[in-house]
Ligand binder design. Structure first.
Ligand SMILES: Cc1cc2nc3c(=O)[nH]c(=O)nc-3n(C[C@H](O)[C@H](O)[C@H](O)COP(=O)(O)OP(=O)(O)OC[C@H]3O[C@@H](n4cnc5c(N)ncnc54)[C@H](O)[C@@H]3O)c2cc1C
Length: 383
């Protein structure tokens, strides 16, 4: 009898987990992927939606195309999870599982900060990125304020990337002298997971572009033209872009899978949760780091990808009996676009002990080309 491998979420981690499991197990497993969305969407390209470098159709793929790989795709809302009875409840019925891979990502708690929903733009989902793009393109001058509402948030580089790309966009349009750019964050320096040295390089890149930087600023409230903070003076804006507060989806909280952090704790190397046969990967997890830069691993697609591969491999090893189990290495890399033709690049081992082993490369056309290839790989290899 074939095993039921159920994958919750058709984002970065879910797609990799489903495709890799099916590829190694073939007819020995049913692989069922459940997502509320019709399409896989590729968030690393959302900043390009904002700046007009991409159209929405270019950064999406229909999840149902995974059916040609033998994966059963259910377009449904996951609204309950009974890990003891080993069943997932969805808007279209109940799905029993032998092995469960949870890759539901993070959701946004836009009500947490008063005034957020009314006054802030963000690019953290496709529709919001399109709306933000319209606002950015229509902007005729004044102060653009970019901020991070709460920690943790996914893709630590994204707000800095957005600041650099807006600097470039308004320069290209010959209106940079009419646009003031500023960035605030509750963190003490940019990209703390990458260590103080790399953070200082990003702070320097902000300075070079005359983007004012306000660290240790935790938003209290957003008004029509001003952001107030828990401490310090308010900052005025004409256009506000703010990363929304993140939280784990309700289903995993109700299933008792989260801890005091609000996220799902997992073994850093195997991604096992406390429940047998139940794994979690990607943004929904909390993975402690062995070094002191940040208490837990940042949320990023590159980690979701690597973790999902390991989980799929180990489930296949368990069911198929021919492979040796593997462990996740904690490695990751990310691009930091600074203009339409240049990107910086950071890579390293984020679970290395006692310090993450990191390499930061200055902006160049080569890394920009690599980012384009990275997008192409995602849009074509997995679908
Ligand atoms: C603007 C932006 C730029 C980024 N750039 C980069 C980058 O350059 N490099 C990088 O590594 N990372 C980047 N990231 C982060 C990266 O996109 C995420 O870390 C990654 O997508 C996490 O993968 P995941 O599988 O955990 O979750 P997701 O990819 O978010 O997938 C979760 C899926 O679960 C589904 N879902 C959630 N709840 C339910 C439910 N109850 N029922 C049914 N379906 C549900 C969602 O619809 C979604 O499809 C970026 C993110 C953003 C927003």
């Amino acid at each position: 009898m074939s095993a039921n491998i159920v994958v919750l979420g058709g984002g970065v981690g879910g797609v990799v987990a489903a495709v890799e499991s099916k590829k190694s197990l073939g007819g020995r497993a049913r692989v069922i992927l459940i997502d509320r969305k019709k399409n896989f969407q590729f968030p690393p390209s959302f900043p390009w939606l904002v700046t007009g470098f991409r159209e929405p159709a270019q950064v999406q793929r229909p999840l149902e195309s995974l059916r040609s790989k033998g994966i059963e795709v259910h377009e449904a809302e996951v609204n309950g999870l009974d890990v003891r009875a080993r069943v997932v409840h969805t808007s279209t019925g109940s799905v029993p599982f032998d092995q469960l891979i949870i890759a539901l990502g993070a959701e946004y708690d836009t009500e947490l900060v008063p005034g957020y929903s009314r006054w802030a733009h963000h690019m953290y989902d496709l529709d919001s990125a399109v709306r933000m793009g319209e606002a950015v393109q229509a902007f005729s001058g004044g102060k653009v304020l970019i901020g991070i509402a709460r920690l943790p948030y996914k893709c630590p580089a994204a707000p800095y990337e957005m600041a650099f790309l807006l600097d470039d966009l308004y320069r290209q349009r010959g209106m940079r002298d009419r646009v003031e750019l500023g960035l605030f964050s509750p963190e003490g320096n940019p990209l703390p997971a990458a260590g103080p040295e790399n953070g200082s390089r990003v702070a320097e890149m902000l300075r070079e572009r005359a983007i004012s930087y306000h660290p240790k600023h935790k938003v209290w409230e957003i008004g029509e033209r001003t952001v107030s903070f828990e401490e310090g003076a308010p900052i005025a804006f004409d256009l506000l872009i703010c990363i929304p507060p993140h939280r784990a989806p309700k289903v995993v909280v109700e299933a008792g899978l989260t801890d005091g952090s609000g996220w799902v704790p997992v073994d850093p190397r195997t991604l096992r949760t406390k429940e047998p046969g139940v794994y979690a990967v990607g943004d929904i997890t909390v993975v402690p780091t062995p070094h002191g830069y940040v208490p837990s691993l940042p949320k990023a697609g590159v980690f979701a990808h690597g973790q999902a591969k390991v989980v799929a491999h180990n489930i296949s090893a368990e069911i198929g009996g021919r492979l040796h189990p593997e462990t996740w290495d904690g490695k990751g890399a990310c691009f930091l676009e600074v203009s339409r033709g240049k990107s910086a690049f950071l890579k390293g081992n984020f679970l290395a002990d006692p310090r993450p082993d990191l390499d930061f490369r200055s902006p160049s056309a080569v890394y920009h080309m690599q980012k384009i290839l990275f997008e192409r790989y995602w849009m074509h290899h997995w679908f």
